[in-house]
Design a binder for this molecule. Structure first.
Ligand code: NI
Length: 219
C-alpha cells in the first residue's frame, strides 16, 4: 500500500468519481496511490482470481485507488496485479492522441472479470509501454479486433466488439490478469528499446512492420 496523498489535484477526484455518475462521491472519499509492481515481481506472473461480486464496495475502492495510481503514473491502463492485488480488475482509457483513423476515444472505464475473444486472424504491430516495465517500449503484435465481455463495478454487462488501439490496450491489460507482460508477446526482442533511445531513430525492421500494419489498415 502506498502513501496516502493529501495534495491530490481536484480533477483526479472528479474523473474517478465520473465512473459512477449515479452516485454522489463523499467529500472525504479516501483514495490512495498504490505501489506498482515491476517486472520480476511474482505477483505479475501469477494468474489473478475472478471477483465473486463485481459490485461489492471493496471493488469500488480498489478501482478508485487504481485510477488515482494510473493517473499519477501517467498510464493509460492498469491491472490489479500491478498494484499487488491478485483480482481480475482493470482500469483504462484511450485518449485522442493515441487514436488511429476512424477510432473513438474511450472514457475512463473499469472492467471486472473481463474476457477477450480474438475475431479474425488479423494482427497489427504497434509500440507499447507498461508501468511495470518502466523506461522501455516494444513493438508488439496484437489481434486487430476482439470481442470484450465484462462486468462493471455498477453491475452493467459489457459485450462488444473492439478494434485498433482500444483492442490493443485491452489485450495488454487483460494479459496482466493471466500473468503475461508485453515483452512475452513480442516476436522480435531486438525491437525492445529504452524509450529515451528512440530519439536516435527506430530500428529499420520496426519501421517496416509499422508500414505494413498501416497499409493493411488502409486496404
Ligand atoms: Ni502493463
Amino acid at each position: 500500500m502506498g502513501n496516502r496523498r493529501t495534495d491530490r489535484p481536484r480533477d483526479t477526484i472528479i474523473r474517478a468519481a465520473g465512473l459512477y455518475p449515479d452516485r454522489r462521491t463523499p467529500h472525504n472519499f479516501p483514495m490512495a496511490i498504490l505501489k506498482i509492481a515491476r517486472m520480476g515481481h511474482p505477483i505479475l506472473r501469477r494468474p489473478a482470481e475472478a471477483v465473486a461480486d463485481p459490485t461489492e464496495p471493496a471493488v469500488r475502492q480498489l478501482v478508485a485507488d487504481m485510477v488515482e495510481t494510473m493517473q499519477d503514473a501517467r498510464g493509460t491502463g492498469l491491472a490489479a496485479p500491478q498494484v499487488h492485488v491478485p483480482a481480475r480488475v482493470v482500469v483504462y482509457f484511450v485518449s485522442e492522441n493515441r487514436l488511429q483513423e476512424g477510432e473513438e476515444p474511450v472514457p475512463l472505464t473499469a472492467l471486472v472479470n473481463p474476457v477477450l475473444t480474438p475475431i479474425g486472424p488479423k494482427r497489427d504491430y504497434d509500440w507499447e509501454g507498461c508501468l511495470s516495465v518502466p523506461g522501455l517500449t516494444g513493438l508488439v503484435p496484437r489481434h486487430e479486433r476482439v470481442r470484450l465481455r465484462a462486468i462493471t463495478p455498477d453491475g452493467d454487462v459489457i459485450d462488444k466488439t473492439v478494434a485498433g488501439f482500444h483492442a490493443r490496450v485491452l489485450q495488454h491489460e487483460i494479459d496482466h490478469l493471466d500473468g503475461f507482460l508485453y515483452p512475452q508477446r513480442m516476436d522480435d526482442l531486438s525491437l525492445l528499446l529504452f524509450q529515451e533511445e528512440m530519439r536516435n531513430g527506430i530500428p529499420e525492421r520496426a519501421r517496416l512492420l509499422l508500414e505494413k500494419t498501416d497499409e493493411q489498415n488502409v486496404a
